[in-house]
Design a protein. Structure first.
Length: 101
């Protein structure tokens, strides 16, 4: 049995990326629904953090410790950053989230 030469012929180009204006399909709507539900749950959890616990130090990865208050507030800032990227990708292009600047 001969093995075909996979090097023969040009490599096909991948299809072009879909434009940002494409309406989401059922899978995307499911992902958005899950994302919304997770964030509603996190908002509930954050709203019920005991005030005395807000000073608790938290370490993520190799980063410096930050307080639980900072983690909760920064999550909201980070969420707004990504929401802006989704709702207006042209305006958000090239912008990065720099919570420590």
């Amino acid at each position: 049995m001969d093995t075909p030469d996979v090097r023969a012929g040009p490599v096909p180009s991948p299809p072009p990326a879909a434009p940002a204006t494409v309406l989401p399909g059922p899978l995307a709507l499911g992902v958005v629904g899950l994302w919304a539900a997770v964030n509603r749950h996190l908002a509930h959890v954050i709203a019920h953090i005991e005030p005395r616990a807000l000073g608790t130090p938290c370490t993520v990865g190799e980063g410096a410790p930050v307080t639980l208050r900072f983690m909760a507030e920064d999550y909201a800032r980070h969420l707004h950053h990504h929401l802006a990227q989704v709702l207006n990708p042209e305006a958000a292009a090239g912008k990065t989230h720099l919570p420590y600047a």
